[in-house]
Write a protein that binds this ligand. Structure first.
Ligand code: HEC
Length: 204
């Protein structure tokens, strides 16, 4: 009798697993696996729950050991502009060529979903990245850990970022070869202007 119960439980468990797999296959078969689609609400919720479960005990409760100050924020802002803005945008909206077209896309970090994460959670994510997404792991050295705590302060500041701060960040964003070339040409042009200037003055 006991064996029969175990057997039936086994069959039921197998059926659940198989129907889950069948559901996923059917979905992929129907929709392909393009990164262009938007993750469904169920997927987003599932991914967040899975992430919360995978976070080691205590990570959430860790307090930020770096005191917040304008100097720390300014340093983290420059760091963000250089390393994170490519996907997350200077203002944290995720509205960039890369961030938008990832699956899952870079979220708008000014919104509650991100702002409700604790500093400890933000720190853990920055250090370890998020599996199966475009979010890389940035932690390696002691120095990285300090930077990550500073970035957690900056992420809290994102909803209050000023226009001046954003403009300052634009100067720090990494540039691709096309932009460097454009700048080089502009400079060459300005130089020519400058060397032409004295002659023009003579004419007048
Ligand atoms: C190559 C693209 C890329 C870069 C560069 C990048 N991220 Fe991300 N990041 C992502 C993506 C995509 C997600 C969303 C992953 C998900 O939905 O689970 C993400 C998620 C996050 C999250 C979690 C937000 C939330 O609400 O779930 C944090 C925090 C974060 N990134 C911080 C950073 C910081 C800080 C840097 C720079 C040091 C950075 N990221 C650089 C792509 C990137």
């Amino acid at each position: 009798m006991r064996r029969l119960v175990w057997f039936l439980a086994g069959v039921v468990a197998l059926l659940i697993v198989l129907s889950g797999a069948a559901f996923v296959y059917a979905k992929i078969w129907a929709e392909g696996f393009s990164a262009r689609e938007q993750p469904s609400a169920v997927e987003r919720w599932g991914a967040r729950e899975a992430r919360a479960l995978a976070m080691p005990a205590g990570a959430r409760e860790r307090k930020n050991p770096v005191p917040n100050s304008p100097a720390i924020l300014s340093e983290a802002r420059a760091h963000w502009a250089d390393h994170c803005a490519l996907c997350h945008a200077n203002d944290g909206s995720g509205d960039t060529e890369m961030g938008k077209h990832m699956y899952p896309p870079a979220p708008d970090m000014r919104k509650a979903d991100t702002q409700n994460l604790s500093d400890g959670e933000l720190f853990y994510i920055i250090q370890n990245g998020i599996r199966l997404t475009g979010m890389p792991a940035w932690g390696g050295s002691e120095h990285d850990a300090e930077d990550s705590w500073k970035l957690a302060h900056f992420i809290r500041h994102l909803p209050h970022l000023t226009v001046e701060e954003r403009m300052e960040m634009e100067k720090l964003n990494p540039r691709g070869p096309a932009e460097w070339k454009e700048e080089e040409e502009e400079e060459k042009f300005l130089k020519e202007e400058r060397t032409n200037e004295p002659q023009e003055h003579h004419h007048h």
